[in-house]
Write a protein that binds this ligand. Sequence first.
Ligand code: NAD
Ligand code: ZN
Ligand code: ZN
Length: 345
Amino acid sequence: MAPRTMKAAVAHRFGEPLRIEEVPVPAPGRGEVLVKIVSSGVCHTDVHAVDGDWPVKPQPPFIPGHEGVGVVVALGEGVDNLKVGDAVGIAWLHDACGHCEYCITGWETLCEAQHDSGYSVNGSFAEYAIGNAAYVARLPKDVDYAAMAPILCAGVTTYKGIRETEARPGEWIAISGIGGLGHLAIQYATAMGLNVVAVDVAEEKLALARKLGASAAVDARSPNAVEEVLDATGGGAHGVLVTAVSPKAFSQALNFTRRRGTMSLVGLPPGDFATPIFDVVLKRLTIRGSIVGTRKDLAEAVAFAAEGKVVPTIERRKLEDVNDVLQGLREGHIQGRVVLDIGTP
Ligand code: NAD
Ligand code: ZN
Ligand code: ZN
């Protein structure tokens, strides 16, 4: 039995610290489950949510968090695909309509009626959270909760984003931004047989990139950064994945995309970047957005982690430290992913 109240980190006004409060434990509705949260990763998207960075904003008060892993403790009406005690994950895509043109073609991430965890519905920076039984990730029984948390967003998003570049085994992928997302992208790409060149603006992130298997690591601030990537890849990367939180990185990355290559945009810093028409046309470049991943993508991303092919670099903190973690992300100081220890299974 779940208690009546729970500890949660609540956003009340954009740009202000979250408040740690006692709030009611939500009750699962039809098709939903109540999840006791064990761990939650902290994504840079949580910073964008809390700061109200994007054109479509969440409605305060809200509880951020969309890399929640835990255990099902109660079933709403009509749930027959999960049972109490199952290990599950709450990802960004909380639910979708199930019947629009996107949902029926395996693109539920584009559903216009979707709800997003920690954004349009309450998320995982809390002792309990609601999951939709048809959308939660199913995790192995013996899952390492803290290590699995980053897969729920950073993992699936980069796994999908890499495939969206259409780079093939043996080819080159350039990954710009080696934070929570990028450090997993290196590992997915390597496991998928791609050669990786990593790009970031911090020496310690480039060192992590090399340790995780990048063949080359380039400092984006160097005046020769583009030439260095072109040299490392023999004329440009076939696929480019941009997870960086700076629009400048997007302009730069276009310049190291190989002819006929595809640049997959994943990072979501507020702003724009210029796309030189001449280059895009004459090099036949593809510029493509990529948003998280479907339930199938998520299951595959989880499998890589469960098999030990992708191992998140994590730092474990307490829920009470969440504002400090968000500030660390704003300042670019976090290595890998911070995972909040919230409860016990
Ligand atoms: P993070 O803060 O952990 O990592 C961002 C990295 O970008 C840092 O390592 C930072 O040093 C690097 N960076 C900053 N400026 C750079 C530059 N000019 N060139 C290269 N690197 C630079 O953030 P994260 O959690 O990995 O998230 C990254 C972005 O991806 C955020 O904007 C987030 O909202 C977005 N995101 C998108 C999706 C999606 O589905 N498209 C999903 C999750 C997160
Ligand atoms: Zn995220
Ligand atoms: Zn839909």
